[in-house]
Design a protein around this ligand. Sequence first.
Ligand code: IVH
Length: 834
Amino acid sequence: MSKPSPANRVAELRARIEDANHRYYVLDDPSIPDADYDALMRELEALEAAHPDLASDDSPTRTVGARPDGGFPEVRHVIPMLSLANAFETADVAEDADDRARYAEVADFERRIEQKLDIAAPVFSVEPKLDGLAISLRYEDGVFVQGATRGDGATGENVTANLRQVRAVPLKLRDTGTPPPAVLEVRGEIYMPRKAFEAWNAKALDNNEKLLANPRNGAAGSLRQLDPAVTRRRPLAFFAYSIGEVRGLELPETHSQTLAMLRDFGFPIAPEVDTATGFDGLIAYFRRIGKARDALPYDIDGVVYKLDDYDQQATMGFVSRAPRWALAHKFPAQEQSTVLRAIEVQVGRTGAITPVARLEPVQVAGVTVTNATLHNEDQIRRLDAREGDTVIVRRAGDVIPEIVRVIEAERPAGTVEWTMPATCPVCGSGLVREEGASAWRCTGGLTCPAQRKEAVRHFASRRAMDIEGLGDKQAEALVEFGFVHSPADLFALTVEDLVRMKTALDAATAADFAQAVADSKGALTLDAKGETVLAQEMPAWKDAAFLRAHLAVDTSGKLATKWAENLVAGIDASRTTTLPRFLFALGIPHLGETTAKSLAQWLGTLDFVRTTPAVLLQALPDIGGEVARSIATFFEQPGNVEVVDALLAAGITFTDEAPPSAALRERLGLAHLLVALPVDKLGGKSAERLAETYGTLDALLRANASGWTGAGLSTAGADNLSAYLADREALQQLRDTDAAMRRLLDAAPATVAKASGPLDGKTVVLTGSLEAMTRDEAGEQLEALGAKIAGSVSKKTSLVVAGEAAGSKLAKAQELGVEVWDEAQLLAFLAKHA
Ligand code: IVH
């Protein structure tokens, strides 16, 4: 390809910059990263300087930003809002270059000032360069009257109503003891604090809404909302950094004194603002703020140097669009463009699937980024990110790098929309996405290698199988070193296995420390678990003696043997357990301890739990559709079934297996099966009538649509039902469910054993928080004594137990005159009836 002529290149650069300006300032939808924009601008400046005949007054190098697009009334700035000349690190600087070579533009800037003013080491106000949106606030007689965006520097937009919603913008000047100035225009930056930005996006992600690309975009978009109420909900903040028009106020002699004055008037000033002397002072400040950058609560894209003395500023004057007395010294950009090589999915330790972008390595803010998160399927769809796309990657602070936009203009031909794989990339089990959830999940909980560590750790944990001597770290190490592949393998471990594992663990821990030291100057990347590893400052303990002393490596092996013997005994003891513990230990998503207890109470045996279809599980109290489906799906995975069988074969026994609860008769029956069918016009009432008429599924199926209408079903309902049952698979499923239901009911005792306890027939409501136990635990104990637990207080409530910070339920109880106990009364009662 031949090089374009300078005239053509200038035209092309102007067109691209103007387009980028429009997207940035008017549409709040930047098209290219700042770093790319700066590069285009610099190339244009250089070309115009080399070819003065190509310079033009309407070149983007002479104007700033873009004119407002008419959404808000215009405001003419009495004193234009200028911009700053930028300085970057010199390109391709030698490794050992001194600061004047490395920061040549800063050195030039400072030298020009020294020469023109004929002084050595001038004093500067030094400030963080906030990455937000420049605004101007006008106060007349101390009262906020008008707020405007910068716009193109000469004309901005009137966003007064929105700025009134920003808490950091004072509506009145603070009283300083003297009458307020007739006019004071304060300029500064509206920004979105990083935490607020992250919280905002986390919520947007949950709610499946569009994410903010970055805090600056969030600030700009929020300020330009047409409805101030929307702005009010956005977490915006403000720092003042200069002044515009002033009347009726004597200004101090220096800029730093002006900032102090603004602080007295009630404006927030960035805490990092300082003064510095000469070139060395500037660079020291640049380095100090550069180090602090990632930890600051807001995004900055550099620092600003401003000659402090106003007389000296006046002597220096201006070039076309920027003062000669100020300079923005930029940090490496937090956003860069690069190529998205591939989209892969990672499986987290609990089975959550996260799509990850594999990138052409790119330097972002001083760190090499090769991976970025894409959050979830919906986010990929919103971005329309495809393999091969050029994308913008952002990293700020210690958050995981993310892809914020696709540069669609650079999309190569032949890309295809991305789709979620159907099976887990690690174990091949099916993936499910629960209703309302944004994440997909692997269903191979017990066997998926990505989830093994978590499965074994959870299985052994205190509230699950409570295996004495097997802590989180050892459980994970057993998997890591290949001694255990599933919880069932624990029961085959020998003392020798465990000693070998412990030795390997100690050695690996030592190696980890050493590796961490070696890596301390490494890049930011995702580790095997998909977690971000940041380069960290490491202490200098590199010698072996230090490590040995701190790790207490057991060289004789005696300690390890003792630990191993105890653990084998602990594992052995855990073989005898309870059904709820075991169910909880399996780590079935959404199956907590309370649900496990309830399942055990209703179904009695493991066999019933693992064979009862979701439709029936859902009929049990406390078990919603999501939990029911999760349990059934879990036991449908061949890998999970194998592990459960292996556990039983290893001798797990339950002390509390019993027949299913007789109360099932009230919950399950033909009517229940029918209502659960996805058949229109077959509601609760007609299902009951059909059940009464036919008694059994077989009898119902022997009849036909006309029979059903005779039994009280509408014609439409009957037609729908026969259409549904014409599907052989659906029919078979119904028969299977019915068979499972009858097995359960046949096994249940004929009558509900009448509980007799001190709280028989009483309805109890628990509210507020208890200290000695959770509300659920208290509820269970009360139920065991015959009480019925209810969620809300009514005339029928017999008793309210009110813990700390009880609210409206307590008030209602008092209003209705219902008996109220505090926690002490509850505990005394439980103790008495224990
Ligand atoms: S002073 C003539 N101080 O940078 C001086 N600007 O390129 C005008 N900015 O539009 C600006 N932090 O949005 C100044 N401490 C600071 C700043 C700052 C951020 C932004 C501002 C302005 C742009 C200039």
